[in-house]
Ligand binder design. Structure first.
Ligand code: BF8
Ligand code: SF4
Length: 635
């Protein structure tokens, strides 16, 4: 069966350009990789020691145990929880980086950063149970930073990490504590997963999966602190109107694409670019500097600054094929190594910035918070110099961009609803969930994958859910998909929302001064910002006096691929949320592990995975799940 590469019109426009120039993209390499290894797909290939690789015959004819005696269940469980550890490490390292920056700001050591949201700082301090009375901002910031960093240091196994403890419902915490899966120290939990999956350690698949759940909850903890402290340093998202897709690149500007994840870099580049407009104009760029985003860093600057999003994960290479990107500035995660080679086919500077994330063949500017503005100036100078080398003959900017109304963190959603009911901002949401105008809530998250026509599953599922009056939230590359396809507009609400959802979104949007409805999909930010959706869910659950696993709330990662998505999906299940995966997780070689995560999890945690590759059927299953939840809630 042939599958289209993408439903993104920019991809259709640029793939022939790439082909003509002999540039291979992710889709060419995917094709060349076929057929992919069936053992790997099932999760039954083990490379944990050098007696291997071992693989279990799924048909039962060949070996059923590895050389050491590990069976398919053990191998699958070990493999998947190592993926969770990888995801948790990535998010938490990002979080630690941000927390250390807050400490540096508090101690007056980082002149290029400041505290932009004091109210948020105060609310975090209160949430973490810290003394705020009589404290000035720097000492409060220091206390918050140290309390946060303690989540990486605590050695008392009976004392859970403070962020998770101060975030979830009481009932959820009790349930997780009962299963002994509450993390006490992010680093320790990640290390424990690596240790217990070493050759000759934990071989009990159930025990392994529980260890993985603990790792996923450590990931959640890291995500909460990364998101909230980033708001303190860079501001809490507020609604803004911007645009998405490659048409946001400008022919007459120095185009800088910010790609990666951590706002510590992107925010300073944005600040410095504003100061260097004149230099860009002197180099001949009539429109000065045009900053655009790619992947999650793109989402971060989009929801905080209204910076347009160029594209999401799978089409990152095509941003370069436009020939109009002068510099692609990257930090960590989801950066295809191929951009080095493609950048070299053009005038584009690919600039790596993190000393532990380099790509050979690129320019490395070693970025440090203490010298952030200087480093950023160096980066923007490189971009301007590249602009001078740009060949206008090779520029192909697809004429596709869509308006995107973005910036709906928990605070912005409460703020919009507060316009309807200032005394009780949550009430409009609660009332409309209870009366059925809002049938349920779906959070879309996760990546793109070559296994799915890019963006197609996101769009298909979301349209069906919207028609059925489900309120839609999105983060990460899911949010990127919706932004690119015009689903973050008021027009999309009018076109796709069911009648009752439309009336609710219109009432809130109008009261909030948007002159019409809220957009169809609410952009909550990057992947670490998934914690924002949990904050809203916890507020609703607490008001209804129930736990998260009673809410008509579902999550969907229809195009998931990264280890980070495995970690997020797993904590979503652990928090009690039915979680759809639209790509086949690499666990099906163990019916036992598959059953644990789809069936047993339901009894133990309330949340569970729903694996459904067909987007239409996935939407139906999510609607059924929402209705089941409503029924058991008695609404
Ligand atoms: O953290 S959604 S492809 S960019 S992993 Fe990566 Fe997946 Fe995109 Fe953001 Ni999240
Ligand atoms: Fe094979 Fe066991 Fe080594 Fe894995 S740990 S590679 S199953 S011998």
């Amino acid at each position: 069966m042939t599958m289209n590469n993408s439903i993104d019109p920019s991809v259709a426009a640029l793939l022939p350009v790439a082909k003509k120039q002999g540039i291979a993209t992710v889709w060419d390499r995917y094709k060349a990789m076929q057929p992919q290894c069936g053992f790997g797909q099932l999760g039954v290939c083990c490379r944990i020691c050098w007696k291997g690789p071992c693989r279990i015959d799924p048909f039962g004819d060949g070996p059923q145990r590895g050389i050491c005696g590990a069976d398919a269940d053990t191998i699958v469980a070990r493999n998947v929880i190592r993926m969770i550890a990888g995801g948790a490490a990535a998010h938490s390292e990002h979080g630690r980086h941000v927390a250390l920056a807050l400490l540096g700001v508090a101690e007056g050591k980082l002149p290029d950063y400041t505290i932009r949201d004091e109210a948020k700082l105060r609310s975090i301090a209160t949430k973490l149970g810290l003394e705020t009375a009589g404290k000035d901002i720097p000492s409060m910031a220091k206390a918050v930073a140290l309390a946060t960093l303690w989540d990486f240091q605590n050695q008392d196994h009976d004392k859970p990490c403070s962020w998770i403890e101060s975030t979830l419902t009481g009932k959820r915490l009790e349930k997780l504590a009962g299963l002994q899966v509450l993390p006490h120290n992010i680093d320790a939990v990640v290390t424990q997963i690596m240790a217990r999956t070493n050759v000759g350690c934990d071989a009990d698949p159930v025990n392994l999966v529980l260890g993985g759940i603990k790792g996923a909850l450590a990931d959640f903890n890291g995500m909460c602190l990364a998101t909230e402290i980033s708001d303190v340093l860079f501001g809490t998202p507020q609604p803004a109107v911007t645009a998405a897709n490659l048409g946001v690149l400008k022919e007459d500007a120095v185009n800088i694409a910010l790609h990666g994840h951590n706002p510590l870099l992107s925010e300073v580049v944005c600040d410095v670019a504003l100061q260097m407009e004149e230099e860009a104009r002197r180099a001949g760029a009539k429109s000065g500097i045009n900053i655009v985003g790619v992947c999650c860093t793109g989402n971060e600057v989009m929801v905080r600054r209204g910076i347009p999003l160029a594209t999401n994960y799978l089409s990152q290479e095509l941003a370069l094929v436009t020939g109009a990107v002068d510099a692609m500035v990257v930090d960590v995660q989801c950066i295809m190594p191929s951009i080095s080679e493609i950048g070299a086919c053009f005038h584009t500077e690919i600039i790596t910035t993190m000393d532990d994330s380099k790509i050979s063949g690129t320019t490395h500017v070693s970025f440090h918070e203490a010298t952030a503005a200087d480093n950023a100036r160096q980066i923007v100078t490189l971009a301007i110099a590249a602009f001078r080398r740009r060949n206008p003959q090779r520029v192909t900017i697809p004429d596709f961009k869509q308006t995107a109304v973005v910036g709906f963190g928990a605070e912005a959603i409460m703020g919009a609803m507060g316009a309807l009911n200032a005394d009780d901002p949550l009430k409009p949401l609660l009332d409309n969930i209870v009366n059925g105008n809002i049938r349920g809530i779906a959070l879309f998250a996760g990546c793109n994958s070559t296994r799915i026509t890019q963006d197609s599953s996101f769009v298909t599922i979301a349209r069906k859910l919207a028609r059925n009056n489900v309120l839609l939230l999105a983060t990460g590359c899911g949010a990127g998909s919706f932004a690119k396809h015009g689903m973050m507009t008021q027009e999309a609400t009018l076109e796709y929302a069911g009648e009752s959802l439309k009336s609710v979104l219109t009432a809130i949007g109008t009261a909030a001064g948007l002159g019409g409805p809220l957009p169809l999909v609410l952009h909550m930010g990057s992947c670490v910002d998934n914690s924002r959706a949990v904050a809203v869910a916890v507020a609703v659950a607490n008001r209804l006096g129930v736990d998260l696993d009673s809410l008509p709330l579902v999550a969907s990662a229809p195009e998931a691929m990264s280890e980070k998505a495995v970690a997020i999906g797993t904590w979503s299940v652990a928090l009690g949320i039915p979680t759809h995966l639209g790509t086949m997780p690499q666990i099906s070689g163990s019916p036992l592990v598959a059953e644990l995560l789809t069936e047993t999890a339901k009894q133990l945690l309330g949340g569970y995975f729903i694996v459904e590759l067909d987007p239409e059927r996935a939407a139906d299953k999510l609607l059924t799940t929402i209705d089941e939840r409503r029924k058991s809630l008695g609404i």
